[in-house]
Structures are given as C-alpha cells and as structure tokens.
Design a binder for this molecule. Structure first.
Ligand code: BGC
Length: 430
C-alpha cells in the first residue's frame, strides 16, 4: 500500500494544503474576531502593559497553570533584570486525569500559596486556557481545552475565585492579574527584543496546547502605553481554535472522541496533547486495511491511547521510552510504518504552525525592515522536543516570510510563562 498517498487522502500531509490560502483565511478570521463578528479565533485583548520598567528586588507571587503542570513560586528580578525564583512547587495539572470541583481546584492553588503569604502582595497568574480579560485584570474562563475536566469553572472569574479562597483562609489584601501563557511569552521576550531593536513582538506556544499572541496596532481596540507604542494592544488570538481549514476523516474522528468536540480543532492537528492520538487513529485505520503484521494489527486495534512522546521517541530512535510500541507484538516493518505516519503528522503540524506564525506577523504589520525583525518568542516542549518539528517549521517559515518580504527573529526564554507572569504581576498595579 502507498502509505504516503493514503496519508495525503486523509489530509495528513503538508502537500494536501495550500499555505497561502490558509494564511488568507487565518487573516480573515483574525479580522472578524477583532471586529466581534463570528469567527473561530477569539482575539482576546489582554490589557497588559509593559513599559520596560520592571521594579528590581520586589517579590511577586507567580502561579503558572499550564497544560501539564501547575507551578507556584515567588519571583523577583535582580538589578540586571535576571529573574530569581524561590519557594517553588510543582505538581501535575489538576483536572487532567479526573474531574474536579472548582473548590478542589482552588484548594490546590491556596495550599501552594499560603506558605508564601507574607512574601508577596501581587500575584501574576499565567493561565494557559481561553479567558476573557476583565477591566480589573481578572480572567473569565471561556471553555476548557487540553482535555481538562473542571466544569464548574467555566464562565467563572478565576482570579476572584482564588482571592475568595485566600480570604477564607484569613489572607487579605492580595491582587491578581490573569494573563495567557502566550501573552506571558510575548512579555518575557521583550527584554531580548528591545536589545535587537525589534519592530514588534509575538508569543507562540506549541506544547500540550497551542496559541499565539501578537501586538495589534488598531486605534479602535484600546491603547497600551509604553514602548509598544500608542494604540497598541497585545491580542491573545486563541489560534488553537482556528477552524477554516479542511480536515480529514480521521481528524474528525479524533475530534468527536475528545472532551470538547468541534472546539480547538487546529490544536487537535498540531499540539502535543493530540499528535500521538491522531497517529493512533491513523495507525488503527491502517491496521484494519491489513498493513501491519498480525500481532501488530491486533495490538493496535485494542490501544486506547498513544502518547506523543512515545511515538516521537520511536521516530527519533533515541533509546527513549516508547511505551507499548516496544512490545514484541510489533515487528520492524510495523515500526517503520509507525514512523512514516508520525512524521507525516509532524510535517503537517510544522506547515500549519508556520502558517499560524506568518499570519500573526502579517497581522501585526511590522517586520519589513531586515534590521528590525519581529521578535517571536517560541515556547513549549512539543515545539522544541518533537523530532524535526522546529527545523521543519523554520524551513516553511523561511519560504512564507521571504515571499512576503517580512523578517522575524525567533527567540527562546527559559521559563517564559513564569517570567511574563512576574512582569505582569509587578507592573500591572503600579
Ligand atoms: C489554550 C490557550 C493556551 C494554549 C497554549 C490552548 O489550549 O486555549 O489559551 O495559550 O493552549 O498553552
């Protein structure tokens, strides 16, 4: 069987897509989202400011509620602008393995924060889920993504809930600013971007989930003072929601089996929570066509889950954990087919990622001067760790940006969500 031809029919192939057409549709959805028209892109104004003046030696609490982990610490910047962390705790993201109540979730946060209570007044809260930002810098959860199950929190202002639980525990007078992780990444990249005279900024995440923030310069959407310039605002695109692209039948099947059918379908094509599952759908379909050995086909047909990390380790052949894929049920030819399938998933994800980043750069309206590239801070383990993904993204990006005469510089900042949340916590309430 011609596996690559079959993958193309399934739309799981970069060759099945027209990148220029996709960029146009992305831009169209972005514009509609900004104008409040029906769109698959939420385009949420973040209201964060950053004037480059982050106070030194001032402690701030940071909460980082990510897709996989929840981290809490005290952060402060030293005189050189380097971040120092203390009182650090980390645990798996609650609500991923089993459904939780809102109060169980807040208890987890409060338990981690209470021991640090005398060390901070402000909390920078990086919340890696779609949240509408409110005038008091709180965030109202629009819906969950990444398979999280805490249904009571949908629609709730997350910061107010946290402050309420702290007050129940006798802790008063704290302030909290909620920001998306892409907004945090954008802020965290500004130090480096300023140093190379960046013409604008973006934050892109490809980890368990995916998303993009960029700087919009549009008089109608509110002003952000400081070095972003007049009339500028950081927009959380919620690019994982993009749906104006054609998916294959197995993409659709994966979607119907997810926690949020019909939602965040772009994320389901490119992010770490889903690439392994999508590969599994494809492998099971191939198994029913008799492509695998008898033992391999039987083993695949009863699998319920496939982690992106396991199949990625198989593709990379790096001796890392490949989980059940290491079972004797599979022969060498079976594993070769698995690699071919996964690399097609990765290649398509790379093209779609490059389309996404290009659209954000075009929409931001900067980057024409090669001396003043747009600073794109990229974060997320899926982007950096998946076999060949980053290289493929950069190759596609090169083509798409060249054709448009646009220039970017991609950077990486350690602990970007924590750095960005600390900046927001220290600068928002001044
Ligand atoms: C969420 C975004 C987040 C992204 C990356 C998505 O599932 O909707 O808010 O920025 O994941 O963590």
């Amino acid at each position: 069987m011609d596996i690559n031809g079959w993958l193309k029919e399934q739309m799981v192939s970069a060759e099945a897509y027209d990148a220029d057409g996709l960029i146009d549709r992305f831009l169209d959805e972005m514009e509609k989202g900004l104008n409040g028209e029906a769109s698959s892109l939420a385009m949420i104004p973040s209201y964060v400011g950053a004037d480059g003046q982050v106070p030194a030696d001032t402690p701030v609490a940071v909460i980082d509620v990510g897709g996989t982990n929840l981290r809490v610490c005290i952060a402060r910047f030293d005189g050189q602008g380097d971040i120092q962390l203390s009182g650090f705790s980390k645990q798996p993201m609650p609500g991923r393995d089993r459904e939780l109540t809102a109060s169980e979730f807040y208890s987890v946060l409060a338990d981690a924060l209470v021991p640090l209570k005398d060390e901070f007044r402000q909390i920078g809260f990086c919340f890696s889920y779609p949240a509408a930002i409110l005038p008091d810098f709180d965030g109202r959860l629009l819906h969950w993504t990444k398979e999280i199950k805490i249904p009571e929190l949908v629609g709730a202002p997350i910061g107010a809930g946290l402050l309420g639980v702290l007050e129940e525990r006798g802790i008063f007078g704290k302030q909290v600013v909620i920001l998306n992780d892409t907004v945090a990444a954008l802020l965290a990249g500004m130090g480096q971007g300023l140093a190379f005279n960046a013409s604008s900024y973006a934050g892109f995440i490809l980890g368990t989930g995916t998303n993009t923030a960029y700087v919009e310069r549009n008089e109608n959407i509110g002003k952000l003072d400081g070095y972003l310039g007049e009339g500028a605002q950081v927009i959380n695109v919620e690019s994982g929601g993009f749906s104006a692209f054609k998916r294959g039948s197995l993409d659709l099947q994966l979607d119907t089996r997810s926690e949020n059918p019909g939602g965040h379908v772009f994320e389901k094509a490119i992010s770490g929570a889903y690439m392994g599952l999508l590969a599994l759908e494809l492998l099971q379909a191939l198994a029913s066509e008799g492509v695998f050995s008898d033992g391999g086909g039987a083993a695949l047909s009863i699998m319920k889950d496939l982690s992106t990390i396991h199949i990625d380790n198989l593709a990379m052949d790096n001796g890392g954990d490949i989980g059940v894929l290491g079972s004797e049920a599979f022969d060498a030819a079976d594993r070769e087919t698995m690699k071919t399938v996964f690399m097609a998933v990765v290649d398509r994800a790379a093209l779609l990622t490059a389309v996404n980043i290009t659209a954000a750069v075009v929409k931001g309206g900067a980057g024409q001067d090669p001396q003043r590239p747009v600073c794109v801070n990229i974060d997320g383990s899926t982007y950096y760790k998946t076999y060949q993904l980053a290289d493929k993204v950069q190759a596609y990006l090169g083509e798409l940006l060249n054709a448009r005469g646009l220039h970017i510089r991609c950077i990486q900042v350690d602990d970007a969500p924590v750095v960005g949340a600390a900046i927001a916590g220290l600068t928002t309430f001044q």
